[in-house]
Design a protein around this ligand. Structure first.
Ligand code: SF4
Length: 415
């Protein structure tokens, strides 16, 4: 297929596809799916080999959020029966983090629900980072605490935080449909603040919320412009008790097309399969490893993933290897680029190369919540697929399991 040959050539040369080419990937037919995966897999292997970076989520504060993000089980007014608790003590968070690192995680993602941290919250996170790094000085830490203000990004960098996650989630045009309590511009501003402070920027999206193919391409291109080192791709988990509970719009095949499109637009960026992996990719998860070079180990913020050992077995069976602490995640040229953007290394910033810091991730508030690219399915030919052409998946509420173990419980974490 000419389209795929063109995209592979561009990806190997780190050239940006056109919007039309990105849309055409989303519109490919199921019959062409393995060709699409094989093509994007060549780009993935060129820049990341067969390494898979493992990230581990620790939900420092769960639920009770005053914001109204429609996809989120922790939102204002959510009826989802999730765990609700306020800030974990530093030693509790460190205990959970240690379990993730022992399971193979290279990065720990510290997430707290809420609009944004207070200065006292930054103190709490600083204490938590100290406790985690005391146990394992080599672990990377990403914080995801919501909108930043003042000198909070600088304070986090000084505390030893390596990266900051704040997802754009969807296109600027449709952002008002998923949240009214903050804006797309607020989110962009926080990512820029984090980057400016020398933190590696992690920002991604949620597919499956009812957006069009054009919206998906918009947000993926916006993330490229933003210079995100890591792009987490969430697939909406339609939690009962949230406004998007009935949005079951994704098929495993379309999730793979989305991941392939993201890989072509971000050939040398960490692409992470985030929340919704088990729920939407299901038995096709191993094919996702040919596109993304990063996943979360174990559970998500408020929902359970498959067993951590099942993640490790899947990686091994598919012929991939877990990325070690001493290995750079991003290609060397990306490290240099990120350092330039951040105004010098200072220990943070890029990935890999400099002092073991890599990209960021995409957890945080919104990581698992949901995203969705509404439409999927029904793709044929090369034309952009309007939302109305997408075939809906059937509801699989049986696959959504609220997290009842790990942080905030008496039970051992899943790692
Ligand atoms: S995504 Fe974050 S800000 Fe939005 S409701 Fe959920 S926890 Fe709050």
């Amino acid at each position: 297929m000419d389209l795929l040959d063109t995209l592979v050539a561009k990806g190997l040369n780190r050239e940006l596809p056109t919007r039309e080419e990105a849309l055409a990937v989303l519109a490919t037919a199921d019959d062409d799916l393995l060709d699409v995966v094989a093509a994007a897999g060549k780009v993935r292997r060129r820049w990341f080999g067969r390494r898979v970076k493992l990230n581990y989520l620790v939900n420092l504060k769960s639920g009770l959020c005053p914001e109204d993000c429609t996809y989120c089980s922790q939102r204002l007014g959510s009826k989802a029966e999730i765990l609700k608790y306020t800030w974990l003590k530093p030693e509790e968070a460190a205990q959970a983090a240690t379990a993730g690192v022992a399971g193979g995680a290279k990065r720990v993602c510290l997430v707290a629900s809420g609009r944004g941290p207070t200065d006292r919250d930054i103190d709490r996170v600083t204490d938590t980072v100290n406790a985690i790094k005391e146990a394992d000085p080599g672990v990377e830490i990403c914080a995801c605490l919501g909108l930043l203000s003042g000198n909070q990004a600088e304070r986090l960098a000084a505390a030893g935080v390596d990266a900051y996650n704040h997802n754009l989630n969807t296109s600027e045009n449709t952002y008002g449909d998923i949240s009214t309590t903050h804006t797309y511009a607020d989110r962009v501003d926080t990512v820029q603040q984090a980057h400016g402070a020398g933190l590696s920027a992690c920002s991604g999206l949620i597919a499956g919320m009812g957006e069009s193919a054009e919206d998906l391409v918009d947000v993926v291109f916006a993330l490229r412009e933003l210079g995100s080192d890591s792009v987490p791709v969430n697939f909406l988990i339609p939690f009962e008790g949230t406004p998007l509970a009935k949005e079951w719009n994704l098929t495993p095949q379309h999730c793979l097309r989305i991941l392939a499109m993201v890989r072509f637009v971000h050939p040398d960026t960490e692409v992470r399969i985030a929340g919704g992996r088990e729920v939407h990719l299901r038995s096709l998860q191993p094919l996702g490893l040919h596109l993304a070079n990063s996943i979360f180990l174990g559970d998500y913020l408020t929902s359970e993933g498959q067993a951590g050992q099942a993640d490790l077995d899947m990686i091994k069976d598919a012929g991939f290897v877990v990325e070690g602490q001493g290995e750079a995640s991003l290609p060397r040229h990306r490290s240099e680029y990120a350092e330039q953007l951040a105004g010098g290394c200072g220990g943070h910033g890029a990935a890999g190369g400099c002092g073991g810091h890599d990209a960021a991730e995409g957890a945080g508030c919104g990581t698992e919540a949901g995203a969705g690219c509404g439409p999927c399915g029904g793709h044929a030919g090369e034309a952009p697929a309007p939302a109305a052409d997408v075939t809906e998946d059937e509801s699989r509420t049986d696959l959504v399991k609220v997290r009842r173990r790990g942080a905030g419980t008496e039970l051992a974490p899943n790692a």
